[in-house]
Design a protein around this ligand. Structure first.
Ligand SMILES: NC(=O)c1ccc[n+]([C@@H]2O[C@H](COP(=O)([O-])OP(=O)(O)OC[C@H]3O[C@@H](n4cnc5c(N)ncnc54)[C@H](OP(=O)(O)O)[C@@H]3O)[C@@H](O)[C@H]2O)c1
Length: 339
């Protein structure tokens, strides 16, 4: 079976496509899924080089978020609400490959209005942004939210969700092209270029001098953003895309009476698994009802043969929305969705 697999730790640009990865075998509670599409993530680049906190033994296929169909000709665990051909999305380590064995607890049915490519990048990205905004920052309709790296994977989902939840959204990104995308596809009310000196003044002007109620930050620039946070605002630590774990001067937290909260979606699986189904259900309801716009996919779709190129584009900040690899064409054409 074809796979984008790591045989020795190296940068993904040095990895050749493997054609002879053995088919997975099913364990108890697992279903076999034909993979149609998978989401590219920054940590794939780290994992390929041995720099990520989770390192499978060599050799291993990269990839974690996928969408596909329940495969024909394999057993399905008793009581599982799936049949061969059903469209599902979920999480499976090593999904840059043609077929994966997945625990039924880690898949969900793809709504009819989503394509495989849209669903492939959702399983981690979307609940991260939803739980951050609603569970951690307790976002309320009418509040101002500032999203950094707003054109990126988790950032774009945060913009779309905050908008759908009735917030006033300010998307911040690093180029005019990305700002246009954030406005056009994400539906942000305002956009600011955070590479321009003094960009926080623009945010203060938009908010009539009051500042934003919520900051959603996957970059690691909370300190910069606190220049335009409102009294009693909440800042969410989502990630460190800029590569440095930020240290925030605590006097800033005190002076504006603010809260800094973290989000680690993966941690819920271990510490609070009972919380996860409700979040996924709410997300699916928001997406199927049309209250939240469907996921934004980067306009260049990669293939198993060009994954390395896709990961390099991600690393070099060239992508926007969710970068996706298409692994199989959907010949059944059941999806009515458009990218
Ligand atoms: N907490 C959680 O549970 C959770 C879950 C998923 C992801 N994350 C984290 O969230 C972060 C973003 O993930 P993502 O999937 O949205 O990534 P992404 O799609 O690659 O977007 C990251 C964006 O960050 C911006 N950026 C600013 N400075 C950068 C730098 N020095 N190098 C690279 N990018 C820089 C870039 O946008 P501009 O060009 O506009 O500046 C880039 O496009 C990652 O650190 C990831 O690990 C956290």
């Amino acid at each position: 079976m074809k796979a984008f697999a790591v045989r020795e730790l190296t940068h993904p640009s040095n990895i050749q496509l493997t054609a002879d990865l053995p088919e997975p075998t099913l364990k108890e509670g697992e279903v076999m899924v034909d993979v149609y599409a998978a989401g590219l993530n920054y940590y794939d680049i780290l994992q390929a080089q041995g720099k990520y906190q989770i390192q499978p033994p060599l050799p291993f296929a990269l990839g974690s978020e996928f969408a596909g169909r329940i495969a024909e000709g394999y057993p399905i665990p008793p009581g599982a609400p799936y049949k061969p051909g059903d469209r599902v999305f979920g999480m499976a380590p090593g999904c840059y490959t043609e077929r994966v064995a997945v625990n039924i607890g880690q898949i969900l049915r793809i709504p009819d209005n989503l394509s495989f490519e849209q669903a492939a990048g959702m399983y981690i990205t979307w609940p991260t942004s939803y739980e951050a905004l609603v569970g951690r920052a307790e976002l309320k309709p009418g509040e101002f939210v500032l999203v950094t790296a707003a054109a990126g994977g988790v950032g774009m989902a945060a913009v779309q969700l905050a908008k759908g939840l009735g917030a006033k959204v300010i998307g911040a990104a690093g180029s005019q092209a990305k700002l246009d995308i954030v406005k056009k596809f994400g539906g942000a009310d305002y956009v600011v270029d955070y590479t321009k000196k003094g960009w926080q003044q623009e945010v203060l002007k938009i908010t009539n001098g009051k500042g934003v109620n919520v900051i959603y930050d996957p970059v690691g620039m909370i300190t910069d953003c606190l220049k335009c946070i409102a009294w009693k605002g909440r800042a969410i630590v989502v990630g460190f895309a800029a590569g440095t774990i930020e240290k925030v001067p605590m006097n800033l937290v005190l002076l504006k009476n603010i809260a800094i909260v973290g989000i680690f979606w993966g941690g819920y699986a271990v510490r609070e698994p009972e919380h996860m189904p409700g979040v996924y259900q709410t997300l699916l309801d928001l997406l199927t009802s049309g209250r939240v716009a469907t996921p934004v996919v980067y306009d260049k779709i990669y293939s198993l043969e060009t994954i390395a190129e896709g990961l390099q584009a991600l690393e070099n900040r060239k992508t926007w929305g969710k970068a996706i690899v298409r692994i199989r064409e959907d010949t059944k054409q059941a999806s009515k969705a458009k990218l």
